[in-house]
Design a protein around this ligand. Structure first.
Ligand SMILES: Cc1cc2nc3c(=O)[nH]c(=O)nc-3n(C[C@H](O)[C@H](O)[C@H](O)COP(=O)(O)O)c2cc1C
Length: 180
């Protein structure tokens, strides 16, 4: 896909078909995450790829607003090791490292026709306990991965309407030149 098409077609997918995701596509998107930039090239990101339906359902249950995750074919947990990071100007770089890597993964998924959705609302403590994630590791975000069914169901219709998810601020609203 052309890069501009990848940017245009990426959107949050909250309903998935049962179609299995090919292993080579999973490897491709993880490879794209691996090549992300990171503070001092320390690559503080770690990913957990969950295919086990029972575990996915248990994790979905820990979120108030993302219960719809319970039927997704694959769930990816994006984690960070803060010991491979630094803080400058009160900004923790491990959050940035992982966010860039996850967006690489998400754009790569779009490129090969797969749906994703940034998930920021989850119960970190519960996820860490269930997945036996070491204490020092932080869970930064999740994303489901799979094929969109092609038509919008109830969850998708409600959320896209509520969030007006295709609407973006204009450049005039977000860009300053030479000073604020
Ligand atoms: C940091 C972050 C956290 C988000 N958390 C959630 C979430 O918990 N649940 C959800 O359904 N969508 C979540 N989203 C998706 C946004 O709602 C979505 O990106 C936005 O409405 C724009 O829609 P689009 O992705 O379809 O362009 C999150 C997005 C980001 C970047």
């Amino acid at each position: 896909m052309e890069f501009s098409d990848v940017i245009k077609y990426r959107n949050s997918v909250r309903e998935y078909s049962d179609k299995a995701v090919e292993e080579d596509k999973i490897t491709y998107i993880l490879e794209c995450a691996r090549f992300a930039p990171s503070h001092m090239n320390k690559q503080s990101w770690r990913f957990i790829v969950i295919k086990n339906k029972q575990i996915i359902a248990q994790i979905a249950k820990t979120s108030l607003i993302n219960r719809w995750l319970k039927t997704v074919p694959i769930l990816i947990i994006a984690c960070a090791d803060p010991t491979l990071s630094a803080t400058r100007n009160n900004i923790d770089y491990y959050i940035i490292d992982v966010s860039i890597a996850l967006e690489h993964l998400i754009l790569a998924a779009t490129d090969v026709g797969l749906g994703t959705c940034w998930i920021g609302e989850f119960n970190e403590e519960e996820i860490k306990k269930r997945l036996e994630i070491p204490k020092r590791i932080r869970v930064i975000a999740l994303t489901p991965l799979g094929y969109s069914p092609g038509t919008k169901g109830l969850v998708e219709t409600i959320t896209t309407t509520l969030l007006r998810s295709k609407k973006r601020k204009t450049l005039n609203e977000i860009v300053h030149y030479d000073h604020w």
